[in-house]
Ligand binder design. Structure first.
Ligand code: IMP
Ligand code: MG
Length: 179
C-alpha cells in the first residue's frame, strides 16, 4: 500500500511567525547581557539558525551533541553526549536551544550537565513540547508550540527512514501508529 502523504501540523509560515515572537521575548529577557546559545544537535539546528539570527544582542554559540533515540522512534531513556562544548560556561548566561521535549530525559540530562559547570544562569527554549509523555520534570523557559503525542519531523527533526530534516514544515504521518 502507498504510504500516506505526511500531514502538515505546523506550516513554515506559522513556524516563522512563532520563531520571531520567541526571539523578541528572548531579546527582551537578555537585554544588555551576552548569551551563550547551546543548540542540541542534531534536531535543533534549523530552529537555532532561524532563532539566533533574530535575537538582538551578543550571542555566541556552543553546540552540544546528544543521542537518545539511536535508530528508534521512541526514546531509549539512555542519553549519550556525542559532542561537548569547546568553551567554558562558568559565569556565563546559557540559553539551551532544543527542538522537542518528549519524556524530558534528554533535556534533564543536559540541564544538569550545563548547571554543573557553574554558569551565571541557565534558560531553555524549546520549539515543541509533547507534555503527555513526560517522565521527569524539566523547566522550560520558552515553548514554541505544545503538540499532541505524535511523532513529528521536518524543520530539523528527523523522521522514520531519515532524509526528513530538510522539510520546511513540521509534519507527521497520518497513520504512523498503524505501521
Ligand atoms: P526526550 O528525551 O524523550 O524528551 O526526547 C527528546 C529528544 O528526542 C529530542 O531531542 C528529539 O531529538 C527526539 N524526539 C522526541 N520526539 C520526537 C519526535 O516526535 N520527532 C523527532 N524527534 C523526536
Ligand atoms: Mg533532539
Amino acid at each position: 500500500m502507498d504510504r500516506p502523504q505526511p500531514e502538515v501540523l505546523i506550516s513554515a509560515d506559522e513556524l516563522d511567525a512563532r520563531v520571531s515572537a520567541l526571539a523578541d521575548d528572548i531579546s527582551r529577557a537578555f537585554e544588555g547581557v551576552e548569551i551563550v546559545a547551546m543548540p542540541l544537535l542534531k534536531g535543533a539546528f534549523v530552529f537555532a539558525a532561524d532563532l539566533l539570527r533574530r535575537i538582538r544582542g551578543g550571542v555566541s554559540v556552543e553546540f552540544l551533541g546528544v543521542s537518545s533515540y539511536g535508530e528508534a522512534t521512541e526514546s531509549s531513556g539512555e542519553v549519550r553526549l556525542t559532542l561537548d562544548a569547546a568553551a567554558p560556561l562558568a559565569g556565563r548566561h546559557v540559553l539551551i536551544v532544543e527542538d522537542i521535549v518528549d519524556t524530558g530525559l534528554t533535556l534533564a540530562y543536559i540541564q544538569k550537565l550545563v548547571s554543573s559547570r557553574d554558569p551565571a544562569s541557565v534558560r531553555t527554549v524549546v520549539l515543541l513540547d509533547k507534555p503527555s509523555r513526560r517522565q521527569t520534570d524539566v523547566e522550560l523557559t520558552w515553548v514554541g508550540f505544545t503538540i499532541p503525542d505524535r511523532f513529528v519531523f521536518g524543520y530539523g527533526l528527523d523522521g522514520p527512514g531519515g532524509l526528513c530534516r530538510n522539510l520546511p514544515d513540521i509534519v507527521a504521518h497520518p497513520s504512523e501508529s498503524d505501521e
